[in-house]
Each structure stands twice: as structure tokens, then as C-alpha cells.
Design a binder for this molecule. Structure first.
Ligand code: SAM
Ligand code: DTB
Ligand code: SF4
Length: 329
């Protein structure tokens, strides 16, 4: 494990990006784009440190939302069985195992439109106990009110994940049961409660490059950049509306990582879902483009992720080391 170098400051953080500028970054020759992204990366982060999080689906399936990509939506026949919210002790046991396998952050996900207050109490208990293990905590539970965000913060939650998923223009082709404005509102509540924001999106859903640019433009022009920006490659699950989508060129995925790094240079950019479908070489390009966080452990929420052994071997081959957050060192 190596220590992260201190961030260099905020002099190069901008919130006034234009669409033309963002599209021009996407259009750069690949080598130029990656060189610029890697240079920005080194201004803010240790070059070879990658943050490791582990996910757990604490409440699986049966979700009332109609997100076209998601195997947990009740509108899809994906074979994911609906389950009840997990018991606190079971979550804590799994978090401990993840910590012992090297993860510094534990991310608890629920297939809800938004949490009910009784369920939130149980999630707060999970957060308190996972935090007591010495891990950073993250949750993704759907839309939150200000009061719910404050309750999670008081329980010890560090990060809240809530994705914009895509551009505002393409959003309606993917989800009809809640709006882009709903998502922005939850992000504002989360930020106001003092939680760190984890917000990104999914590519490979049939969107245009302009939509990938639009997503990153919206994120970069928020009043504060999300502390964590997950870029997911669509994991195609049979039975979902987006299954059978023509796959996105992996170089375009790498470009998306690089542009995220350039627009939000001090944010951690996560090479998120989709690693199971990428070669080691594509993953190495993602790290070169400025990705410095991944999910580890054999499962994401319901789909597969590379094994710990495979990731340890990849880190060894690339000379990468897990980043130690200040709270855990
Ligand atoms: N239900 C909550 C919500 O949507 O806000 C939290 C859990 S939800 C599964 C978390 C995120 O996982 C989604 O916002 C989406 O970006 C991502 N996701 C879901 N299914 C995916 C898939 N098949 N491929 C890639 N990312 C996916
Ligand atoms: C995020 O942006 N990606 C993660 C996490 N945040 C919650 C989820 C990926 C889910 C992939 C599909 C599945 O495993 O169900
Ligand atoms: Fe439900 Fe979240 Fe899946 Fe959408 S992404 S269907 S809200 S679990």
C-alpha cells in the first residue's frame, strides 16, 4: 500500500466548461488526449495509486423504476429474484471480509426508488457498524430528502452515490419514472448535508458521443465537482431493454475516462462496471487516462466483476498499489 500524494490545489478547477470545449477534447487524437489526461492526473494524485471499494446489494430486485439498463427493475424479466433488506449483522460480516481482502470503502446499494424511513433506520445501523470497522462508507439508495441525507451523515456515511446516468437529452430514452431534475435535486440535498458526492453515468447504452460529452459537461459545471465520478460501461443483462445493444468501442470508453479526468482533475474517477468485459490492456489504458478507483470483489450488485486474484495480478504487472485514504492510514 502507498500513500496518496497531497492534492495540488484548486487553481485548475473550472465550472464554466462549454459544450464546444468538451466535444473538442473528445475529438483530440487519442495520444494527445491520454497525454493531457495523465498530466492532469499527476498534478492532483499519486500516479500509481488506485482506490478500492467493494459493493454489496443490501436490497435486491423488484424495483419500481424502469431504468432500461437495470436487471433489478421489476419491468424486466432478467432472472434477478426480489429479496428483502438484509440484516445488519450479515452486512457487517461481508464488509469485514471485504476490508480483510483490501477494500478501503464499502458501498451498500438498494433497488429502491427512494428509502422508506423505517428502512433508512436499518441502513443507518449498517453504516454505523461498517464505519466502526475502520472503512469508509458509501450508500446508493435512490432519491433522498434533505432529512434522510442528514440522517445518513449523522450515522457516519462518507459518500452517497447517485448517478445522472447520461445526458439530459438522452435521459428520457432510458428512464421515464423519474426526471433528470429529480436526480439533480437529490445531489443538491446530499451535498448540502455534507456528504461527499459520487456521481457519474453509464456509456454504451446507444447514446451518441454528444451525450457522453453532455453528461460530463453537466457534472463538471455543478457548483462543486462530485468527489467521485464513476464511469460505467453498460453490463448487458438478458431480459433488460438494452440487452443486445451494439457494444461501444473500448477506445471511446477510455476517451470518456480521459475527458472526465480533464474536466474534473481533482475528483477520483472510477473505472466502474464493465471491467469483466475488458481486457487487461483496456483497463491499463483506463488507468493511463486517469482512472484511479475500481470496485473489487467477485460481484458488483448482481453481475460479475473480476476476481481478487486477477486484480492483484494486474496491479502487480502494472506497478499499481491500493490508495490508502487518510481516515484509514
Ligand atoms: N436504485 C438506486 C438508484 O438507481 O439510484 C441505487 C442502485 S442503482 C443499481 C446504482 C447505479 O448502478 C445506477 O445508477 C446505474 O448507473 C448503475 N447500473 C445499474 N445497472 C447497470 C448496468 N447494467 N450496467 C452498468 N451500470 C449499471
Ligand atoms: C455505480 O456507478 N456503479 C455501481 C455502483 N455505482 C452502485 C453499480 C454497477 C451495477 C452493475 C450492474 C449490477 O451488478 O447489477
Ligand atoms: Fe431501480 Fe436503481 Fe435499477 Fe433504476 S438503477 S431500476 S432505480 S435499482
Amino acid at each position: 500500500m502507498i500513500d496518496p500524494s497531497p492534492a495540488e490545489g484548486t487553481a485548475d478547477l473550472r465550472h464554466d466548461w462549454t459544450r464546444v470545449e468538451v466535444e473538442a477534447l473528445f475529438a483530440l487524437p487519442f495520444n494527445d488526449l491520454i497525454f493531457r489526461a495523465q498530466t492532469a492526473h499527476r498534478r492532483h494524485f499519486a500516479a500509481n495509486a488506485v482506490q478500492l471499494s467493494t459493493l454489496l446489494s443490501i436490497k435486491t430486485g423488484g424495483c419500481p423504476e424502469d431504468c432500461a439498463y437495470c436487471p433489478q427493475s421489476a419491468s424486466h424479466d432478467s432472472g434477478v429474484a426480489a429479496a428483502k433488506l438484509m440484516e445488519v449483522a450479515d452486512v457487517v460480516a461481508q464488509a469485514k471480509a471485504a476490508r480483510d481482502a483490501g477494500a478501503s470503502r464499502y458501498c451498500m446499494g438498494a433497488a429502491w426508488r427512494s428509502p422508506k424511513d423505517r428502512d433508512l433506520d436499518q441502513v443507518c445501523a449498517m453504516v454505523r457498524e461498517v464505519k466502526a470497522l475502520g472503512m469508509e462508507t458509501c450508500a446508493t439508495l435512490g432519491m433522498l430528502t434533505g432529512g434522510q441525507a442528514r440522517a445518513l451523515k449523522a450515522a457516519g456515511l462518507d459518500y452517497y452515490n447517485h448517478n445522472l446516468d447520461t445526458s439530459e437529452e438522452f435521459y428520457g430514452a432510458i428512464i421515464t419514472t423519474r426526471t433528470y431534475a429529480d436526480r439533480l435535486d437529490t445531489l443538491a440535498q446530499v451535498q448540502a448535508a455534507g456528504l461527499s458526492v459520487c456521481c457519474g453515468g453509464i456509456v454504451g447504452m446507444g447514446e451518441e458521443r454528444a451525450d457522453r460529452a453532455g453528461l460530463l459537461l453537466t457534472l463538471a459545471n455543478l457548483p462543486q465537482h462530485p468527489e467521485s465520478v464513476p464511469i460505467n460501461m453498460l453490463v448487458q443483462v438478458e431480459g433488460t431493454k438494452l440487452s443486445g445493444q451494439p457494444p461501444l468501442d473500448p477506445f471511446e470508453f477510455v476517451r470518456t475516462i480521459a475527458v472526465a479526468r480533464l474536466l474534473m482533475p481533482a475528483s477520483v474517477v472510477r473505472l466502474s462496471a464493465g471491467r469483466e468485459g475488458f481486457s487487461d490492456e483496456v483497463q491499463a489504458l483506463c488507468f493511463l487516462a486517469g482512472a484511479n478507483s475500481i470496485f473489487v470483489g467477485p460481484k458488483l450488485l448482481t453481475t460479475d466483476n473480476p476476481s481478487r486474484d486477477h486484480d492483484e495480478d494486474l496491479f502487480e504487472r502494472l506497478g499499481l498499489a491500493p490508495l490508502v485514504p487518510a481516515a484509514c492510514s
